[in-house]
Design a protein around this ligand. Structure first.
Ligand SMILES: [Zn+2]
Length: 64
């Protein structure tokens, strides 16, 4: 029997949603580690910042 790996995927409706993003440098086989406000690859050291959650969005800057 195949054992499903818990943690990497979340079942949402009829499609699977990745909770971990693959490293753009290492390929789809390596996932980035989730941090509070960023993700990082433990293999190559790649890191990217997460977009801030739209909870504190109060008024849009730059809108004429
Ligand atoms: Zn990597």
């Amino acid at each position: 029997m195949a054992k499903a790996r818990v943690g990497l995927y979340v079942v949402g409706g009829d499609s699977l949603t990745r909770t971990h993003r693959p490293c753009p440098k290492c390929g789809p086989g390596v996932f980035l580690a989730e941090h509070k406000d960023r993700r990082s690859c433990g293999k190559c050291g790649y890191s990217e910042s997460k977009a801030p959650p739209p909870s504190k969005a109060k008024g849009k800057a730059g809108a004429a």
